[in-house]
Design a protein around this ligand. Structure first.
Ligand code: PLP
Length: 377
């Protein structure tokens, strides 16, 4: 018998979430962002669910090769561009579009030998201060790129730092719009939060009617995987997003605690009255956050309960009191949902669990351990 833990990737949820992103940006094309191995879901496992996208945006050549190996002939974008000169050869061979965010990448292109000019996305640092040319240097970079025979088409790109929060995108949009005002080329502006909250493809154009500020390409990542980009402001259900990953396991032992008995390493939980607990085959070596303390939500047989005590490497413990009170007999073999879909239509958002770990759904998805067997449903 294999250990009962399992991740399930839901193809129809990916379909649904992609359709949601499309409907929020009906006049734009959609990059499905599949970096970090499709946010931990597995590029090969999400491909079927996301192949309706207009292109795949990702991080490195290994991921690009995997997408091409799946038979994808459409656009593929390297979100950080190339890291060294010889990467450009593979860009030519695999017909990869790539971001250009610094002078060194333009230098590499200038000495690259190719008969097939490249499509590039010139990135502006409009305020995030991570990658990109500052507004003052952007047009010079565009002019330099435009003069290169190695470059075919230049698209214009930026990334927002606060699309999910109170600051919003207005200040960065204004900078981007004013600098790019009369530059030709398609625009790629927003992530999930910008697409859903700010409808960057449509409203940005009406907010900046004197520019071509609308996003021709949106770049949703997290929303495709069914997590709210702005949790806890809004949850996945508010955006009509469905979880694309379920992490499930089973109870492998039960214990009857007497008053004063404690649970697990450090004895951090002590029973105030007699109670039954379940031991679940899932621990931090599976990617479940060790920092989740007593009270993190979990579903047992579709019933919401809580974790107790510390998460250990291969196991965690859950309170069976709510099930006992309902007269349900939970025991060895009972199904447990750590996040995603549970029994009888129940659901536990990854964002809720992430919150108990002081982080975001992004980090939990990406941290799913390779030892957890995954299947596509
Ligand atoms: C440049 C770029 N575009 C789009 C995305 C997708 O963002 P999100 O997952 O928040 O939709 C990311 C993710 O970090 C990114 O770095």
């Amino acid at each position: 018998m294999p250990r009962p833990i399992q991740a399930t990737i839901h193809t129809e949820a990916l379909h649904h979430n992609l359709a949601r992103a499309r409907s929020a940006a009906p006049d734009a094309r959609v990059w499905a962002v599949v970096k970090a191995n499709a946010y931990g879901h597995g590029i090969e496992r999400v491909f079927e669910g996301l192949r309706g996208a207009d292109g795949f945006a990702l991080l490195d050549l290994d991921e690009a090769q995997r997408v091409r190996a799946l038979g994808w002939r459409g656009p593929v974008l390297l979100l950080e561009g190339v890291f060294e000169q010889r990467d450009l050869e593979l860009c030519s061979r695999l017909d990869l579009w790539h971001t250009v965010h610094c002078d060194e990448q333009i230098d590499m292109l200038a000495t690259h030998k190719t008969n097939l000019p490249h499509r590039v996305f010139l990135k502006m640092n409009s305020g995030m201060n991570r990658l990109g040319f500052t507004p003052g240097r952007y047009r010079a970079a565009w002019t330099r790129l435009n003069a290169l025979p190695q470059v075919d088409e230049i698209s214009l790109m930026t990334h927002f730092s606060d699309a999910d929060g109170a600051l919003g995108i207005a200040a960065q949009m204004a900078v981007f719009a004013s600098v790019t005002r009369d530059l030709p080329g398609e625009r790629s502006l927003g992530n999930s939060a910008a697409t859903l909250r700010h409808r960057v493809s449509a409203e940005s154009a009406s907010e900046h009617p004197d520019t071509q500020a609308a996003s021709d390409w949106v770049r949703p990542g997290i929303a495709l995987y069914g997590s709210a980009p702005d949790y806890p402001d809004r949850c996945a259900r508010d955006w009509d997003l469905q979880p694309a990953m379920t992490l499930a396991s089973k109870i492998i032992a039960t214990q009857d605690l007497l008053t004063g008995h404690s649970v697990g390493y450090g004895s951090s939980f002590t029973a105030a009255e007699p109670m039954r607990i379940g031991v679940v085959a899932c621990g931090y070596a599976d990617g479940y956050p060790r920092v989740c303390g007593t009270g993190t939500p979990v579903l047992v047989g579709g019933v919401r309960t809580r974790t107790l005590g510390r998460v250990s490497m291969d196991m965690l413990t859950v309170d069976l009191t709510p099930l006992d009170r309902m007269g349900l007999t939970a025991g060895i073999g009972s199904p447990v949902t750590l996040w995603g879909r549970g029994q009888n239509g129940s659901q536990l958002d990854i964002d809720e669990v992430a919150r108990h770990a002081g982080t975001l759904g992004y980090e939990l998805m990406c941290a799913l351990a390779p030892r957890v067997p995954s299947l596509v449903a």
